[in-house]
Design a protein around this ligand. Structure first.
Ligand code: ZN
Length: 772
């Protein structure tokens, strides 16, 4: 059973806010610390610079101030701070007859470096410059200076260097990338925007030789700045990034995802990337480190060679931004594209019906293409065909569009770039301003558009036999729902000079109008029915009470892998957008290779849709989108426990009923003296809560039972009889037809009375278990 986070404490909402607050406080205190460090450096720096210019100097390469990377709200995501390198000048040590043993003793103590190593370096005759430690912290550098001053040592020197800090650790690591020891950006924004961030080359100046050295140079080798690097303002919203990563990590744990996962959140109207995540991640402050299972595998390596090879492989894997570097068959999420082009060119209308007998024959294919539902869907409207994610209907829709037109639309949506050569295999990229973007792979025109073989067209209609990146999909789907405009995705909105002047500002860029605004409106309405219809929608697990969300599920088999190894592996995905009537944000989540042992049916609807729902539930209120609750919504939401202590039994009973709960009483007083659970906890609608009328709450512990596989309402009643309560993560569509897939507190754990256990729900209805 998947391991979930424990939740004995305050409500989830409160914990979320606390976590967020903690993160923000961390950022602020860190920024203050840096500001102080910076002032200190600058003040002293200028004093020494004035001294330096008069000397005969020798240049060495050194990094100047690298620019800061900000999120769209001004939160620093990557910052540079001044640090010191400690080096020895063995020539001077020899020249002034300084005590090597003393130097080795003291530096070993201060820097924590092997004494023998320092002694060896101090004795390297003929050398002016031997590095002992790079990028030491301010306090360490102070101790080295103190030693130099105290003992009058000239052969130990410090030089200013820069260190890159990522105050939020792994947050947005794949977007940010990291810098190497020479302060050159190696991945992500750090790599793509390196020329801006780096600025002009600075000069590290130290005396050309010991004879020309003034004693005032004593403490510091010095530094002359080049032109400092520019600051880069991104489109990333660190709060949205935080929510997206949090739910993605939870999903990887819940569904035992074997090969990582990714997510993208995009402003559908501008193409600005609001969040982008790829798991497993890493901490850019220590980007070489590998953790967890990877670390264990490296440690278990047989020899040094294998160890090095494993390290290299794991590092490359953790640095890979799956959201734009991986390509995959999108599967049924691509039906949004087929639907859009078919409506736009008039080959289908919202009035049309499609008949699904369970399979459909295709010219050029020896066997018919089967719909995921045995026996077929029968007669269905266009909307129902999308709700059901019916492959047979989509083969028909694709055929009505026709191969040539289908191909042209794919070009317009940015999935391929048409070529003069009809035999050329086609590819395309979005051109996002980030390193590492892969290109799509499409059939050549001659293969795809051959009238004798329509099997490519048929499979492409439901998202198979070609590969694209997740970034291409969300960019195209954004066009389908934003009024038809394909926007070029981007992550950097502004470049500022070191003194804050705006050098460049990027405006959203429309690539082209792909479909008409009226078509887009129809597409939005249909996709809202995929999520919003609790009976027929395969995307209903992405629903969030109070919000209008549209979207589409996808489950794709890794065909090439099966061909090579005979193993079946899947990528499950969901793409959602909201609000459905006026979209602002789209979120795509894909989970690469869920384990078949998780107990949950492998499908986008069961696994990825609830993740997007949970993200939307956090992000939409944050974006200021007001929820509007229908009566239906209210009935589907978990209830909120009212404050009842001090009320008369009659008042309390009324409040309990109003909240959609039931109660039982313990004791025979007239007023409520205690309640379980405590006020403000969210618990399952219809729960029997406990009102204490003078009786004491038992101090005995309760043992948690196994809830997995139980219907939501049944689990609710089993727990409440024992004074424990239940809350569902995500949306409850129906407590009778959904059952528990995972629980936050393990079976057998002992908890206090009043504890609220969180669960993940999935559909229990067998007829929903299909490939969509
Ligand atoms: Zn069907």
């Amino acid at each position: 059973m998947p391991q979930n986070e424990k939740n004995y404490g305050p409500s989830l909402g409160l914990r979320r806010r606390t976590l967020l607050l903690m993160a923000v406080c961390g950022i602020v205190s860190f920024a203050l610390l840096l500001a102080r460090l910076y002032r200190l450096q600058i003040t002293d720096h200028e004093r020494y610079e004035a001294l330096a210019v008069a000397q005969q100097l020798r240049e060495a390469s050194a990094s100047n101030e690298r620019g800061t990377i900000y999120d769209r709200g001004g939160v620093p995501l990557a910052i540079s701070a001044s640090v010191d390198n400690v080096y020895l000048s063995p020539m001077e040590i020899e020249m002034y007859g300084e005590d090597r043993e003393l130097i080795a003793d003291e530096l070993s103590r201060i820097l924590g470096i092997d004494r023998a190593e320092i002694l060896e370096k101090a004795g390297q005759s003929g050398s002016w410059y031997v590095t002992v430690a790079r990028k030491v912290e301010a306090e360490t550098a102070r101790q080295v200076r103190e030693f130099k001053d105290r003992c009058g040592i000239r052969g130990v020197r410090l030089e200013t260097d820069r260190k890159r800090y990522y105050p939020n650790s792994s947050l947005a690591c794949h977007l940010l990338g990291f810098v190497g020891t020479d302060n050159v950006g190696l991945e992500g924004i750090e790599a793509q925007y390196d020329p801006f961030l780096r600025g002009g080359k600075g000069r590290s100046v130290r005396e050309a030789n010991a004879y020309g050295t003034d004693m005032l140079f004593e403490s510091w080798g010095d530094y002359l700045p080049g032109e400092d690097g520019c600051d880069v303002v991104t489109t990333i919203d660190s709060t949205i990034q935080y929510y997206v990563e949090k739910h993605l990590k939870q999903a990887v744990a819940d569904y035992d995802i074997r090969n990582g996962a990714g997510a993208i959140a995009m402003d559908v109207n501008t193409g600005a990337v609001l969040a982008m995540a790829s798991l497993d991640g890493y901490d850019p402050n220590d980007f070489l480190a590998v953790g967890g299972k990877a670390r264990a595998a490296v440690d278990a390596a047989a020899d040094e060679e294998e160890r090095a090879a494993l390290l290299r492989a794991f590092r490359e894997r953790q640095w890979r931004n799956k959201a734009l570097s991986d390509t995959y068959e999108p599967g049924s999420t691509f039906k949004i594209i087929t639907l859009s082009m078919a409506l736009d060119c008039g080959s289908v209308s919202t009035e049309d019906f499609f008949y699904c007998p369970g399979s459909v024959s295709v010219v050029g294919r020896s066997s018919p293409i089967r719909c995921w539902k045995d026996g077929g869907h029968g007669s269905q409207s266009l909307t129902q065909s999308v709700q059901h994610s019916c492959n047979a209907a989509f083969v028909t829709i694709g055929q009505r569009v026709g191969a040539e037109r289908f191909y042209q639309y794919c070009d317009a949506f940015g999935f391929l770039r048409l070529s003069e050569d009809p035999d050329e295999q086609l590819t395309a990229r979005t051109g996002i301003d980030l390193a590492g973007e892969s290109g799509s792979i499409w059939w050549s025109r001659n293969v795809f558009c051959s009238p004798k073989n329509l099997s490519q067209l048929a499979a492409a209609s439901f998202g198979q036999t070609f590969t694209i990146t997740p970034l291409q999909l969300i960019t195209a789907v954004s066009a389908c729902v934003n009024g038809g405009r394909l926007m070029k995705p981007y992550v950097v909105s502004e470049i500022r000079s070191a003194d804050g002047a705006i050098l460049q500002r990027r405006e959203p860029e429309m690539v082209r109008q792909v479909i008409r605004a009226e078509t887009s409106e129809k597409v939005r309405a249909i996709l809202e029915q995929v999520v919003g219809d609790p009976n027929e929608g395969t995307g209903r697990n992405a629903a969030v009470a109070g919000y209008r969300i549209g979207g589409k599920t996808g489950t794709s088999e890794k065909v090439s892998l099966e061909a090579a190894t005979g193993e079946k592996e899947y990528i499950v995905s969901f793409i959602g957008f909201a609000p459905a009537d006026d979209p602002q944000i789209a979120i795509l989540v894909f989970l690469d290779t869920p384990s078949s042992e998780s107990g949950i049916y492998i499908s986008g609807g069961q696994m990825a849709a609830p993740v997007v729902g949970a993200m939307m539930a956090d992000v939409l209120p944050y974006l200021g989108v007001e929820p509007v609750y229908s009566e239906e919504d209210a009935a589907r939401m978990d209830a909120v426990m009212p404050q009842l202590v001090g009320k008369t039994l009659e008042e309390a009973a009324a409040a309990v009923r109003e909240a959609g709960l039931r109660y039982r009483t313990l004791g025979d007083g007239g007023r409520v003296t205690a309640q379980l659970p405590a006020a403000h906890f969210q618990i399952a609608r219809g729960t029997e809560i406990i009102l204490y009328l003078g009786a004491e709450i038992s101090n005995e512990k309760e043992s948690v039972s196994n809830l997995v596989g139980m219907r939501y309402n049944e689990a609710r009643d089993v727990l409440s009889r024992r004074g424990i309560f239940l809350h569902a993560r995500g949306t409850v569509s129906d407590g009778e037809s959904q059952c528990v897939a995972a629980q936050s507190v393990e079976e057998g754990a002992s908890v206090d009375h009043g504890c609220v256990i969180e669960v993940v729900l999935i559909d229990a209805d067998e007829s929903m278990l299909g490939k969509y």
